[in-house]
Design a binder for this molecule. Sequence first.
Ligand SMILES: [Mg+2]
Ligand SMILES: [Zn+2]
Length: 193
Amino acid sequence: MPPKKRSPGLRTRGNKAVFMDRDGVIVKEVNYLSRVEDMTVIPGAADAIAKLREAGFKAIVISNQSAVARGLLSLSGLSEITRVLRAELLKKNPAARLDAVYYCPHHPDFDRSCACRKPGIGLILKAKKKFNIDLKSSYFVGDSSADILAARRAGCVPLLVKTGKAGKDGIYREKPQKTFKSLSEAATWILRQ
Ligand SMILES: [Mg+2]
Ligand SMILES: [Zn+2]
C-alpha cells in the first residue's frame, strides 16, 4: 500500500528542487558545446529560473558533458562555459541564480562507465545530499529520453521540453509526466502545482 499523503503544511522532508538539463533546456543544443561564443541562452530561461527560485525551489543543473571524455573540451574549458552561463543568466535576470551545476564528463566508449552519466542518478543524489532535497516534491526538466529516465529513477516528476532534442532521441522509452514548449512554460506549470 502506498504511504498516506501528508498535508503540505506538515511536510518537513527537505527542500524542493527543479533539476534542469543544460543543453536544449537552458541553452541551445549545438552538439558538444565547447566554445563560449557558441552558447545561446534560450529565450525565457533566465526568467523561468528566477521565478522558480523566488518560489523556493533550488535551481540545479544536471548535465552530461561527454565532450570532455571525447577530448573536445577540457575541464577548465567547461568551467569557463559555466562561469559565462551563470553571468549571462544574471544579466538577463538578477534573480536567475543557479544553486548548483553538476556535470558528468564521462562516456563509457571514451573513458569509463560511471554512475553520474544520465540516465544514472549519481549527480541527482549528490545534489540531494548537499541541499537536503526531497526528491518526491522535485521536478526534472529535460529534452532527452535519458533526462526523463533519470528523473523517474530518482523519483522526481519528469517534464519534457520541446526545445533541443524534444525527446526524439529514441534511446530510452520512459514517458514524461507532461510536455511543454520550453523551460518557461514548464516553470509556469510547476508554480501552479
Ligand atoms: Mg539536453
Ligand atoms: Zn560520469
